[in-house]
Ligand binder design. Structure first.
Ligand code: 4AD
Ligand code: MG
Length: 465
């Protein structure tokens, strides 16, 4: 074949240099036609859009073209011409074709169109080839980049917190243990418990549930940091909004109080949603057409409107007085369920909501205590269709108050002495929050199951490909 530098399909579709010869490589979405002419819709992942390859059958022979079926990968040289068909401006008249890899139509799982999302979840290794997952995973990339750009442009430093941790202090959920001990025959201490001093790290370790505690150490030195990494929770919550392995973004900022923190969270979310609208509109429009016709309007609404801010106490009052029948009872002191959060957002305010000042007993030990002795400076951002998308707080910066809380909750001080100690050496007011990246992805794609916005979802009883 003639050596021509490859053009990505996203670029080729914009070309107007008709008559020029180009090289394209990609996977066949469909091939149709007749004895004389064959049309291939080719996709290389650079865009949701396919390019049409027109093949004069006589030039190649039917036998040669046979393996060019849905899923096959081909390398094409051809002449760029103005398209005759509707819906596209350019197409390629093939001059040379090499078949990189066939995909036997009798066994290729994506041979037919229109598979259910449930079915596609069973073939995670192939689903990026579909239009839907191509769109979602391209957007996942763009949103990751937007996260880094947002913080970099504002002087935040990307701070890498450990994935293997010896503290289980967050109380954010059950943890996965990391060990090299022999399962069948672990070393035992005298009291019969497992002797972790013989484990790899000389102590018991787990996968982190959050980078926050270490992130705070970064903020106490660099001023403003953020983490963006995988986090792990071993809760058995099989819901469309929970993963056992998910990605979280956690900014932490010295000298911020809870109001600065709310401003940051609102500005950050609006930036991300606007970034999606500005940079991913082809994919968004495809997903809107397929799954959710209100998607674009919902995204614009979030960008253009102020979030409502109110206290947990006021929120509970609204829920109690709503007359609405909830599956889980609502009363002051109850941990709000997603049905309660969504009622406030979708039915009552019809707008994103930031709830603050939760009862201390349903929130983490590190949150700054209010004067009332009952509530803490927590803030949760609640979104339409999602419920909680962000959880955060102002942190308790007073050593004695924090210690008191740790003791009250009978926490293991041994594993978080450093978290307390940082309050002894130049403590400062500070705040931060965590954005669940897949919750954000649910929102910007309009998908409704969190398993469909991460390439390889990990959930109870599921670590497949
Ligand atoms: O509210 P969470 O548990 O807060 C923390 O972990 C704090 N350390 C954050 C901080 O203040 N730096 O989790 C934060 C967010 C939630 O609002 C939600 O979006 C997401 O992480 N999240 C999950 N996403 C997917 N699957 C799960 N199992 C999740 N648990 C929490
Ligand atoms: Mg939370």
């Amino acid at each position: 074949m003639k050596e021509i530098r490859r053009t990505k399909i996203s670029e080729a579709l914009k070309l107007t240099t008709f008559g020029e010869e180009v090289n394209l490589k990609g996977w066949v979405r469909t091939r149709r036609g007749n004895k004389n002419v064959s049309f291939v819709a080719l996709n290389d992942g650079s865009t949701i859009n396919n390019i049409q390859i027109v093949i004069d059958v006589a030039n190649f022979g039917e036998e040669f073209l046979k393996p060019i079926t849905t899923g096959a990968c081909i390398n094409v040289n051809g002449k760029l011409v103005e398209s005759q068909g509707k819906g596209q401006t350019v197409e390629i008249q093939a001059t040379e074709i090499e078949i990189y890899g066939a995909a036997d139509p009798t066994t290729y799982p994506l041979q037919k169109k229109g598979h259910s999302l449930e079915f596609l979840r069973e073939i995670a290794y192939l689903r990026p080839r579909t239009n839907t997952f191509g769109a979602v995973f391209r957007m996942r990339h763009h949103m990751s980049y937007a996260v880094h750009k947002y913080f970099n442009d504002r002087g935040f430093y990307y701070f890498h917190t450990p994935i293997i941790t010896a503290s289980d202090a967050e109380g954010a959920g059950a943890m996965f243990e990391v060990t090299t001990l022999d399962h069948a025959n672990p070393p035992k201490a005298e009291d019969g418990t497992v002797d972790f001093s013989q484990d790899f790290f000389g102590r018991q370790t787990n996968l982190t549930v959050s980078g926050q505690l270490e992130g705070e150490l970064g903020a106490m030195a660099l001023g403003a940091i953020y983490t963006f990494g995988p986090t792990f929770r071993a809760e058995n919550s099989n819901t469309p909004r929970h993963l056992a392995e998910f990605w979280m973004i956690e900014p932490e900022v010295a000298f911020y109080d809870i109001f600065d923190n709310m401003d940051l969270a609102e500005d950050f979310l609006k930036y991300l949603v606007k970034y999606a609208l500005d940079n991913c509109i082809d994919d968004i429009e495809f997903l809107a057409k397929m799954y959710d016709e209100d998607l674009v309007a919902r995204l614009k609404f979030v960008v253009e409107n102020d979030f409502v801010r109110l206290t947990y106490t006021d929120g509970v009052k609204i829920l109690e007085e709503s007359g609405h029948k909830f599956e889980f009872p609502v009363y002051w002191g109850a941990d709000l369920q997603s049905e309660h959060e969504r009622y406030l957002v979708e039915k009552h305010f019809k707008c994103p909501v930031i709830l603050t000042d939760y009862p201390k007993d349903i929130k983490s030990f590190y949150m700054k205590q209010n004067e009332d002795g009952k509530t803490v400076r927590a803030m949760d951002v609640l979104f339409p269709k999602i419920g909680e998308i962000i959880g955060g707080s102002e942190r308790e910066s007073d050593y004695d108050k924090l210690l008191q809380r740790v003791e009250e909750m009978e926490m293991d001080i041994e594993s978080i002495w450093w978290y307390l100690d940082i309050r002894k050496f130049g403590t400062a007011p500070h705040s931060g929050f965590g954005l669940g990246f897949e919750r954000l992805m649910l929102f910007v794609t309009g998908m409704t199951n969190i398993r469909d916005v991460i390439p390889f979802p990990r959930t109870p009883n599921h670590a497949e490909y």
